[in-house]
Structure formats: structure tokens, C-alpha cells
Design a protein. Structure first.
Lengths: 115, 109, 244
């Protein structure tokens, strides 16, 4: 019946994003590897797949994957800095910067993917 | 659930991956501009020792990193005991390594 | 907030280890009223059997911590006017610990983990030895001082979602204490403590959510202490225990 105010803290949300993006990437990797593995003995199948990805819906989904990757990358760099460098109180600012950078990069991918 | 060895493996694989991920993002944004084709990808990667080492290292690091990360998530959400958690961690790491190795072989060889 | 109603709507969790629920009470509002005052009023005027724990009433003993509107707090140092919200006042026993009865949580696990993390001083001298001179400016003393003012109230333990998800995890308070001791030159337990905090319930399970530092009533930063332990323990492992 009571909500959990501590879970609304920016740094706590950053940890949740890190977890969700990490699990998302771990689920995506086998698919990614399988598709690239097609190049081993079935280049035509790889091309068929790549042609299929050439539409807006898939590009949007790919942008989502790039967002997961960059959120996990920049958020992870914040964690490494927190753990290996002397303490700084500006963790919320760094979490915000990491998320902004991730959105920036994914937007770059999205525009680049547009034909 | 996470002792010193798992922690170090997790953080060192992260340190290795950070520059590789930035490289991967840059290549993606560059390569996707004119659309992707098997020929376009393979012309860049096939026979390249450099890309082979790049993606090979990436696959090793991500297999370790993802296996330990998923271990923590599974434990903290499902509360599985270590006797299940340990083989699960290994299974995830080894499967990713095998599948990833196959993918690298596919685009480099 | 508008002028407070004369009677406060208060929900208090009542029950025991087998379960329970919230009971509603109307408590007369007063000037400078703390949450502990509210609980005490209910116990003295309505529910003589209401169980709760307190001692000093001035924020020194660390025994009156409870969940107040979902947040762990010292009830003796929390003014009602600061936390009274749209839902009124909701008071529950500390999170992440079993309940003994009503608002009294069972602290056994908290202190067991304190011991498991070697959160105790290992003397290196006897009464016959001279006092060890300690410079307040020495870097390890500065580090220890920054984390030393913990009074074991378990507010951080109740705030920590990693403790919620991982029952083996020692939690912020025990590890924060271990960090102060690792920085204490008079302590002789460095190596055993290093093994303790590196074990499977130790510092490496922390996800740096920082809820401990957000809620610590003494404004300590256990997240930074645990990050320090991670560095120390990782370095110690990599150098075969030579780093100190």
C-alpha cells in the first residue's frame, strides 16, 4: 500500500536503466551472433535478412538497440568511475550526462540509418 | 553471490569493452549510412587480422561480462541457489563465446 | 500545506512475523510533534499493547528507526509537519528485517551480518603498551573519520534494495564499519576482515544505488565506503594480499 520513494531517486533509476539495458543486450546478443554466423556458409541468407531490415520499423527497433548499448556503455563508465576513482558527490549529474550522451548517439544512428 | 574473482572479471571485461563499444558504435553509424549488405560488411572484415582481433576480443569480453551480469540479475530476481547459479553462469558464458566465435569466423574468414 | 487538521490521520502497521496490516488512528495534532510522539500517544491512549522501540528520544541511540511514509527514518528526529502528506502519516516497521511485533523489527540479521563483515575492532596492543599516537590529518584517519559516526540504527539497511534482493548481502552499515576499521592503524584484523568483505556476501554485491547515503540520518556515505572497500579488496587480490 505504500510506494517506495527511494526508487524515484535519479541514481536509483540509473541503476534500473543499467540493469534493464544489460538484460536487453544479453537477450539480443544470441540473435545478433546467429545472423552474423550466417556469413560463414550462407551469405545469401544474410543478404535476405539485411534486405528485410531495410524498413522504418526495423530501423526504429535498431535505434532502440543502439540506445540500449549506449545507455549501458555510458552508464557503465559512470559506475567504473564511481568505483575506481575518488568519490565525487555529483553522481546524479553524471548519470544524467551518461543518459543524454546515449540519446545523442542513438539519434545519430537513427539519422544516419535514414536513406 | 559475487566474490572478488567474479567482480574483477566483470569490471576488467567492462574496461576492455568500453573502447571496443565506442568503436563498434562509430562503425555502425558510419556503415549504416548507405544501407547494409553482406558484401559491404565482408569487404571490410574478411581476411582482416585487425577486425578479427577487435571482434574476437569483444566476444571474449562480452561472454564473461554478460554471464556474470545475468547471474546477478537472476539471483536477485529469482533467488536461485549457487549450485544452480554457477552452472548457469558458465552455460551463458560458453554459449555466447561459441555463438560469438562463430559470428566472428563468419565475417572474418 | 494548509493549516494542519486538529486530528492527524495515522496508519500504523500492526501484526507479527505471521503477518498483519495497517490500523487507522486519529491522533491530536500538536506543535513540534515528532513521529515518535505520535506512536507514543497511540500506545499510551489507544493501544496499550502496541510494540515499538525507542530509548534516547534525541537521535543518539539509533533504536527508534521505522518506515515513515515509505522511507526509513529516526522517528524521534522526524517532525510530523515535515512528512505529513496527502496520505496522512503511514508508520511501519523497518524494511528488510523480520518483524517481532508491530513496529519492532528483529535486528538479529543486521547484527549477525555486522559480525560476519568483521565489523569489530581487533586490538593490537594491551593496556601495558603506550598509547598509539594518531594524527588527525593522516589520510587513513581522515577516511575513517568520515564514516565513523554510525550508530547502528539500520536506516541504511532498510533503504537498500540490494539487501532486499540479496539476502546474503551484508548491507551498507556493516561494510561501512569494516571500512573505518580497515583504515584504523591500531586494528590488527586487517587480513581476516579483507577476506570477510571480499566473500560472497561482501562489498562486491553493492550496486551503488546510494539509497544508504540518501537516508543516513547522520549524513554518512556508506556507498563511498563500500567503493573504497572494493578498491582495497580488488587491489589486495591482484597483488596477492600485499597492498595495504
Amino acid at each position: 500500500m505504500i510506494d517506495a520513494p527511494h526508487r524515484r531517486d535519479g541514481v536509483r533509476i540509473a541503476a534500473l536503466i543499467h540493469r534493464v539495458s544489460g538484460v536487453g543486450l544479453a537477450l539480443f546478443l544470441p540473435v545478433h551472433f546467429y545472423v552474423l554466423g550466417l556469413a560463414l556458409n550462407d551469405t545469401a541468407a544474410l543478404d535476405t535478412f539485411l534486405n528485410w531490415t531495410d524498413n522504418w520499423a526495423v530501423k526504429l527497433a535498431e535505434t532502440g538497440l543502439v540506445l540500449l548499448l549506449s545507455l549501458h556503455l555510458f552508464g557503465g563508465l559512470r559506475i567504473l568511475a564511481l568505483e575506481f576513482l575518488p568519490w565525487t558527490p555529483r553522481q546524479k549529474l553524471f548519470a544524467a550526462l551518461a543518459a543524454s550522451l546515449a540519446v545523442f548517439v542513438s539519434l545519430g544512428f537513427f539519422l544516419s540509418a535514414g536513406s | 553471490m559475487i566474490g572478488v574473482r567474479l567482480y574483477l572479471a566483470q569490471r576488467l571485461s567492462a574496461l576492455v569493452m568500453a573502447p571496443l563499444m565506442i568503436g563498434h558504435l562509430a562503425v555502425m553509424i558510419y556503415a549504416v549510412q548507405n544501407g547494409l549488405s553482406a558484401e559491404e560488411i565482408l569487404s571490410r572484415t574478411q581476411g582482416s587480422l585487425w577486425w578479427g582481433a577487435f571482434y574476437g576480443l569483444f566476444v571474449i569480453a562480452v561472454s564473461i561480462h554478460a554471464a556474470i551480469g545475468v547471474r546477478a540479475v537472476v539471483y536477485e530476481t529469482a533467488g536461485l541457489p549457487e549450485r544452480i547459479l554457477n552452472p548457469l553462469t558458465w552455460a551463458i558464458g560458453v554459449s555466447l563465446f561459441v555463438m560469438g566465435g562463430r559470428a566472428v569466423a563468419g565475417v572474418v574468414l | 500545506m494548509h493549516r494542519r487538521a486538529e486530528v492527524l490521520d495515522v496508519l500504523v502497521w500492526r501484526g507479527d512475523a505471521n503477518g498483519g496490516g495497517y490500523h487507522s488512528y486519529g491522533v491530536p495534532a500538536q506543535e513540534s510533534q515528532t513521529v515518535l510522539d505520535v506512536v507514543t500517544w497511540i500506545q499510551q491512549n489507544v493501544e496499550p499493547t502496541l510494540a515499538y522501540r525507542f530509548a534516547c528520544r534525541v537521535g543518539m541511540c539509533g533504536s527508534c528507526a521505522m518506515m515513515v511514509n515509505g522511507e526509513p527514518r529516526w522517528t524521534c528526529r522526524t517532525h510530523v509537519k515535515k512528512v505529513f502528506g496527502a496520505k496522512g502519516l503511514v508508520i511501519a516497521p523497518l524494511r528488510n528485517l523480520p518483524v517481532i511485533k508491530d513496529l519492532a523489527a528483529d535486528m538479529a540479521a543486521f547484527f549477525d551480518k555486522w559480525t560476519a563483515a568483521e565489523g569489530r575492532f581487533h586490538p593490537s596492543k594491551s593496556r601495558n603498551d603506550a598509547m598509539e599516537p594518531i594524527s588527525p590529518e593522516a589520510p587513513n584517519r581522515v577516511a575513517a573519520n568520515a564514516a565513523i559516526e554510525c550508530i547502528n540504527c539500520a536506516v541504511c539497511y532498510a533503504a537498500c534494495d540490494t539487501v532486499t534482493a540479496n539476502p546474503d548481502y551484508f548491507g551498507p552499515a556493516a561494510l561501512n564499519r569494516a571500512w573505518t576499521l580497515q583504515n584504523d592503524v591500531r586494528d590488527a584484523g586487517y587480513t581476516v576482515r579483507q577476506d570477510a568483505v571480499s566473500s560472497s556476501g561482501g562489498c562486491f554485491n553493492c550496486h551503488s544505488h546510494q539509497s544508504c547515503m540518501t537516508y543516513c540520518p547522520n549524513e554518512l556515505n556508506p556507498t563511498a565506503s563500500i567503493a573504497g572497500l572494493k578498491r582495497l579488496s580488488a587491489l589486495s587480490y591482484l597483488t596477492g594480499g600485499k597492498a595495504r
